[in-house]
Design a protein around this ligand. Sequence first.
Ligand code: ASP
Ligand code: MG
Length: 404
Amino acid sequence: MKIVVLKFGGTSVGSIERIKNTAKIIISYLKQGYKVIVVSSAMSGETNKLVKLTKKISNNFAPSEYDSIVSTGEQVSCSLIAGRLIDKGFLSRSWLGWQIPILTKGSYSHSRILSVNKKKILQFLKQGGTPIITGFQGINAESRITTVGRGGSDASAIMMAKFFKAEKCIIYTDVDGVYTTDPNVAPKAKKIKKISYEEMLEMASLGSKVMMPHSIQDARLNRIDIEVRSSFKNLPGSLITKKKNISSNNIIRGVSFTKNDTKVTLVGVKDKPGVAASIFEPLFKNLINVDMVVQNISSNKRETDLTFTIKNDDLAKTEKLIKNNRKINFKKITIDEKVSKVSIVGVGMITTPGVTFRMFNALAKKNINILVISTSEIKISVLVDQKNLKKAVDVLHKEFKLDY
Ligand code: ASP
Ligand code: MG
């Protein structure tokens, strides 16, 4: 059986017109002789509405009931898709997670898909049917409804592709692929034909909002190729795949950035063993994600400055935790909420010397001051003033020959 998994995101099923269009796309694959497994998310905005309802009852809404309610949006969209296909003369039906079942493990609202009972779906496919499966949801060992994290229907689709050994997993969404950078910021952004899981993971976690990092990680671990395409324009998309499938000689695959960072500096921190741990322990315990960290070498061997970045949303909490922290001493705290992290990403930098220099040099030529630097094997990030963000993205995009 030639199976393809088609996943439709919220905007792709966001209205009746769009659901009709989705059915058209599904039919085009059926006509090519594919057996199609559809995974859909809820109509756009619906899941948010459901979350709001829970908040009206309680800020501490029971996690098991939370999953039960927020997963209902998918039932609506899947039934509408199936209904449309039936109306067009095709055999189709919707499936909820528990009806298959899709078994998950882990805590509510962050479960992971463990296994899928394939029997009924395979039978249906053999009869010529097209199953429309709810993304985002499953059940746990106690037969309770679970969800796999916001935006998680991508992960559902990837797991379907894995268990059903699909030839392709295509994510239909409202963008027509993965771009070298955000086209809204840099008009010279170009669609990337192929990108490795590793690069995509860095781009995703660095702020390119095409797919959630954990979905990409699922695809990487299971070696599932994913194609990202637009459901509104019939254009070739981007393929997320193994490194060895990519032959392009670009050193850098893309430039990504974040806009909502805050830089915190503790000036004059006592320089003794354990101070960094004392500063970060309460932040960690309060689930505040500390991103970039630099500690200056102390000039007098007694005091040092420590700088780190967090998300803007975490600032109030962080400030309070630092000020109430009896274990640390410092002279003053300075805060800059108008900073952005700009990163270049590419597996090519592993084997190419001089990338760091080229990056810094390009920024220097445009008079862009670098506030903090951090690196990993396949990315280099710099923190800059927010007012320099666009200039920095443009110059790096050009420097690494990504311009359109
Ligand atoms: N409907 C769910 C959400 O909005 C899952 C998804 O869209 O992937 O988070
Ligand atoms: Mg969604």
